[in-house]
Design a protein around this ligand. Structure first.
Ligand code: FPP
Length: 247
């Protein structure tokens, strides 16, 4: 029985988020420049998108570029942006063929103009697809997102659209970039690092976290299936006791 066949469809996470980590180390191990790792990471992106869509996951979020990544050497940032534009451009037809909608979260206006335009075009061209939504986190950081949400809420209070007593979980959630996306049930990070690194801090509150030593360019469909199988062995209690879950 293949790993894929072992997956229990009734316990499938509807949203999986991935911190794709380890491209630089993968390249270094082969005596190559860091960008070689990013280029090979694209294959893993393709495999993960295909695998998630095949088994019926509804949302896949990939952390492609963090706010902090702007501090990397200029040439790496430039090469990564070029790779992103190229990949988005090259993959739009495949996304359409597979009925996958593209969305993006983050400070998109801070992206180079060609990257921003390419992204908006792909989002527009895939907006009617409904099998799965692929969310790219680009120039994204969770603290940036939460600060923005707080600013918008403060403005609405200032303009007397809402009162401070109206602030609750739903209101905050509705001001996040992910307001139209359910929280991930499963978050995967590759490369052996056990950190969340400013990724979806609000949304991951009750997510199951899965860490693998595999570096991102080595991550394949089977690795995603393995993570899902591990997730399916977990008991999600949301603060309750095991006994309460049974009754
Ligand atoms: C982390 O590895 C990876 C990134 C910052 C970029 C991920 C980008 C891609 C895989 C390119 C294509 C993506 C899409 C969505 C089209 P790292 O550089 O931090 O590795 P290290 O920790 O070994 O240095």
């Amino acid at each position: 029985m293949s790993l894929k066949d072992k997956i229990d469809q009734s316990k499938l996470p509807q949203h999986i988020a991935i911190i794709m980590d380890g491209n630089g180390r993968w390249a270094k191990r082969q005596g190559e420049e860091r960008i070689f790792g990013h280029e090979n990471g694209v294959k893993s992106v393709r495999d993960s998108v295909e695998a998630a869509a095949e088994i019926g996951v509804k949302y896949l979020t990939l952390y492609a570029f963090s706010t902090e990544n702007w501090n990397r050497p200029q040439e790496e940032v430039y090469a990564l942006m070029k790779l992103l534009v190229h990949t988005i451009n090259a993959e739009t037809a495949t996304l359409n063929k597979n009925d996958i909608r593209l969305q993006a979260i983050g400070d998109l206006k801070s992206l180079p103009e060609d990257c921003y335009n390419e992204l908006q075009e792909a989002i527009e061209n895939t907006k009617n697809n409904s099998r799965m939504t692929l969310v790219l986190a680009l120039s994204y950081s969770s603290r940036w997102e939460i600060i923005n949400a707080v600013k918008q809420i403060a403005k609405d209070i200032e303009n007397k659209k809402i009162a401070s007593a109206d602030i609750n979980e739903n209101l905050i959630q509705s001001h996040l970039c992910t307001s139209n996306i359910p929280d991930p049930e499963l978050m995967i990070r590759t490369s052996g690092e056990h950190r969340i690194s400013n990724f979806l801090l609000w949304q991951l509150a009750y997510s199951e976290l899965y860490f693998t030593d595999k570096l991102w360019p080595d991550f394949r469909k089977e690795d995603l299936f393995e993570a899902i199988l591990d997730y399916q062995t977990r008991e999600r209690r949301f603060g309750k006791t095991s006994e309460q879950l049974i009754s």
